[in-house]
Every structure is written in structure tokens, then in C-alpha cells.
Design a protein around this ligand. Sequence first.
Ligand code: IMP
Ligand code: MG
Length: 190
Amino acid sequence: MPKMNNSDNGKLNIGKDIFVPLLSEEVLQNRIKELGEIISKDYFGKVPVFIGVLNGAFLFLSDLIKNVSVECEVDFFKLSSYGDEKISSGKVKLLKELNCEVAGRDVIIVEDIVDSGLSMKYIEDLIFPHKPASMRIAALLTKPKSLRYDVKIDYIGFQIESNFVIGYGLDYAQKYRNLRSIYVLSDGEK
Ligand code: IMP
Ligand code: MG
């Protein structure tokens, strides 16, 4: 695994790749607070179940629900699509099923990032047959230029370019999820 070095200007050198800061901890937390407040208004009087998509969404989901003021429940799916690469394998594998009953529930799926939309489509197709009362999607990041599947994202943190990003839950070969900010692979280094 390439070694990660912090350079003086906030860039991360990971092997031959250079990642530059994209979204700071403060910017992320402010936007997540706003999303939490919007969701709290939208679900007033309801008890939604937040379904996080592991692994990437674990930090976003935990910060999001801390900003939600209605009663809620939490569950997780675990999917894998990227393997250890910077591009999607194009195949989704279900590694962990849901444990909660979604029939008649107000479901909010929580994703770190929607890229092609394949994972979201896959999850929608898994949940719909169980007849939830409603189903919405919250994604911290979307890459609109990469979207290939017909999915509607109801709560979007930030729309970004199609470059590979890491940090705040997002990995490269399972590492760097613990970074507090989000970094983008520098254009010159793709
Ligand atoms: P999609 O199925 O093509 O929409 O890809 C979505 C999944 O791929 C996300 O849940 C992430 O786990 C992963 N992914 C997409 N883009 C990135 C990225 O830039 N960095 C890290 N993971 C990513
Ligand atoms: Mg994910």
C-alpha cells in the first residue's frame, strides 16, 4: 500500500497520486447540519428509518442523525462495487442484508456518494418490493456528469466533478476513510 505523506499546503501524496483538499471539515459539518434540519422538517411527526450504505456512509450517517430532531431508527446495507480500484467494477455485491422491517416505513437511504447511480438503483430495487410507505435518498456527494441510471436524489450535500475523492468515509483501497475532510485526486495525476 502506498505511503501517505502530508505536504505543507494541505495536499496528500499517496504513492504517485496527489490529492488536494476539496471540502473541509467545517464546510461538511455546516452542510450536514442544514440537511438534518431540512429532513427534521420534512419528517415532522414521523419516525423515519435511516438506512446507511456501508462502508462509505458510516460517518455521514452518524453526523446526519445527530442533526435530526425527530425520532428515528437506523439500519445498514453493506455493498461492494469498487473493489480496490479508483473506478467502479460495474457490479454490485450485497454483503449484508437489512435487519429491519421496511414495510409501511418511511425509509431514507443514506449514501456517501452517488457516481453512476448503479448502487442506488440496486438498493431501490431491493427495497421497493417490501412496500415502504415512502423512500427517499440522501447522498453527501453526487457526480452529476457520471450518472448513468435513473435515480432521483432527494437530499444532496454537494455536487462535484467526476474526479475520484477520498476522506470522510470515502476510501481508496479501504484506506483514508478516517480523514476529516474530503480530498480530490488532482487532475494532473489521473
Ligand atoms: P455507483 O454505484 O457508480 O453510483 O457508485 C457508488 C459507490 O462507489 C459509492 O457508494 C462509493 O462507495 C463508491 N465511489 C464512487 N465514487 C467514489 C469516489 O470518488 N471515491 C470513493 N468511492 C467512490
Ligand atoms: Mg458507498
